[in-house]
Design a binder for this molecule. Structure first.
Ligand code: F6P
Length: 366
């Protein structure tokens, strides 16, 4: 009997738990007699490159990767089959649609199904390819937790853990020097990492993209921290929070195929605004950056990633394509890719988490 072939790939920014998903897929597939698994290197680039970069995945190749951060397949958040960057004669770059060529290649390679592990950008690519007839299943990944059709994406809780431990550390130095610390965390347009870690770490202020801040309100909270119990203040700010002018702080990058603004720097902007508003205390900024994405996934993410991997492979076996596996507590379900990418999962000012933060006396700047 000819073996059926499923191709696995990881796309977008790396995230703790990617390897656990790959392992889950391979282990589940190995229980079947008629499926083999291959991995595509660096998202879809491995298929589009000449020669192709494809690896065989089996029980041996996933040995020991459950606890390993990053992705053994490599990843990219630039370009893709629908927007492949090419250099023009005058040296400038443009993009071309190579999706049809890629689908022909996949057919030639005998690929019966694809599992695409990635965030919103990757799942939009999954949807586009599904519409063109590819048998594809999506797996939701991102530390930002900004995919709306799943309770959690894997990687998010690990990032929150890292941020929480960082607040614990900053507190002791802040208290020793009577300082204000502003800790900037990732999350793009969503404040999930910031608010979860601010609550878990016992921060005093949390600034998120979904709630515009008034600098005077933050200043008032700092003053109350110094007047009351102790002389320090911990502020957590999400990288996508908007400054006074309503603009995000970041830089436009000229990296080829990179479609986002590189967010970063709101902590320094906030510090300058606080000084301008008359805050006299020493202020220090800490930008956690990619530390939030590196290293080993915590147990919660290993479990969720493993569940996603096993279910994604079962969807392939059952022929349930055009779906993204999703966590709807207590089940792992399938949601149509179309719905999975329809809207971002952002915090609402009325949400339970915001209510809890306010109940704990955390100032959100509103
Ligand atoms: O989407 C995940 C994420 O880590 C965001 O939180 C962050 O803004 C972005 O990726 C950083 O991307 P890069 O690795 O390209 O700098």
């Amino acid at each position: 009997m000819a073996l059926k072939r499923v191709m696995v790939l990881t796309g977008g920014g790396d995230c703790p738990g990617l390897n656990a998903v790959i392992r889950g897929i391979v282990k589940r597939a190995s229980l079947e007699k008629d499926w083999e698994v291959i991995g595509c290197i660096e998202s879809f680039n491995g298929v589009l490159r000449e020669p192709t970069e494809i690896v065989e995945l089996n029980d041996k190749s996933v040995e020991g990767i459950l606890s390993q951060g990053g992705t053994i397949l490599g990843t990219t958040n630039k370009g893709g089959p629908f927007a492949w960057p090419i250099k023009q004669q005058d040296g400038s770059w443009t993009t071309v649609d190579r999706s049809d060529e890629m689908l022909r290649k996949l057919q030639y390679m005998g690929v019966d199904a694809v599992i695409n592990i990635g965030g919103d950008g990757s799942q939009r690519i999954s949807l586009g390819l599904s519409k063109k007839g590819l048998n594809i299943v999506g797996v939701p990944k991102t530390i930002d937790n900004d995919l709306s059709m799943t309770d959690y994406t894997f990687g998010f809780q690990t990032a929150v853990q890292i941020c929480t431990e960082s607040i614990d550390k900053l507190k002791t130095t802040a208290a020793s020097h009577n300082r204000v610390f502003i800790m900037e965390v990732m999350g793009r347009d969503a404040g999930w990492i910031a608010l979860h870690s601010a609550i878990a770490g016992g921060a005093d202020v949390c600034v998120i993209p979904e709630i515009p801040y008034d600098i005077e309100k933050i200043k008032a909270k700092i003053e109350s921290c110094y007047n009351k119990r102790r002389g320090y203040c911990i502020i957590v700010v999400a990288e996508g929070a908007k400054g006074k002018d309503g603009q995000v702080v970041g830089t436009k990058t000229n990296e080829v195929g990179y479609q986002h603004i590189k967010l970063g720097g709101i902590a320094e902007t906030l510090a300058a605004e606080l000084k301008e508003a008359g805050v006299e205390q020493d202020i220090r900024c800490t930008i956690l950056g990619h530390l939030q994405r590196g290293g080993t996934p915590i147990a919660f993410d290993r479990v969720l990633a493993s569940e996603f991997g096993v279910r994604a492979m079962e969807f392939v076996i059952e022929g349930r394509f055009g779906q993204m596996v999703a966590y709807h507590h207590p089940d792992i379900v399938g949601v149509p890719l179309e719905e999975a990418v329809r809207e971002q999962n952002l915090l609402s000012a009325e949400s339970r988490l915001v209510h809890t933060a306010k109940g704990l006396g955390i100032a959100l700047g509103d």
